[in-house]
Design a protein around this ligand. Sequence first.
Ligand code: SF4
Length: 294
Amino acid sequence: MNPTLPAQSPRRAAVLREMGLGPLWLLRSLDAARAEAALQARAALGFASTVNAEVFSSVTRAQPAESQASPLGPQSPPRLQQPAALPVVVTEKVAPHRDSGREQRIATLDWDGLEEEIRSCQACVLCERRKQAVPGVGDRKAQWMLVGEGPGAEEDLRGEPFVGQAGKLLDNMLAAVGLRRGEGVYIANAVKCRPPHNRTPESAEIDTCLPFLARQIELVQPRLLVALGRPAAQALLNMEVRIGAARGQLFRYRNTPVLVTYHPAYLLRNPQDKSKAWEDLCFARRTMADLPQA
Ligand code: SF4
């Protein structure tokens, strides 16, 4: 243990345990500058006290598909992912929905009007079996905006995104990097109504719902967008996305930087990838710190 680093709080240790992350580790093969940067990033986040000198043999960008098992178990040290020069992929989402009158009207709504419109929307088939639409939740002036896929059964019942086990994990992920739901964070979904049997929303459903998400982003004006899972990433980036390949890159939605990571529900089914989500959150934190002040 490095005696110069601050002790980790019991709360943070509990949060990391909950995420399936054991003691934090460093990579022996990192060059000195990157190792130092990693230490500083961890120290800045208050996580550095449990740095372990255990090693990995190489530093490579993680590329496996979501469905592939990670070579790292949930208690294994996460591989650091800090490319020297981060590629910025510029995409410009152009909503393909053809009802431009609807889009234009939604684009002028204030918060109350927008939520009212979402709750009464019948623009796609997802309205048919929902209990209620789930607009979004959080700080309407947030710097961070997280975008998920769509409501599940519990969200459909309660009218709030990310409740239940996936929501608990998301809250722990946020807490691990010093964030809290509702404080500087706004959470929304790509589609606002629950797909039957929690199936993945169809592209057409995402496109039809997109004007709502676009308006939410415009009203919040976040500094950073985090797409949780593939449907959210595709909604924001207007292209096919594999999370395993897109992690660690910066994209752009209009003028807002976007990065992608796994959806918490996926992480519940694939806990071996929690360490990658942790890397992504650290990357998000660094990205936010590097963004020019508005
Ligand atoms: S998912 Fe979106 S577009 Fe479809 S009915 Fe619900 S609010 Fe409307």
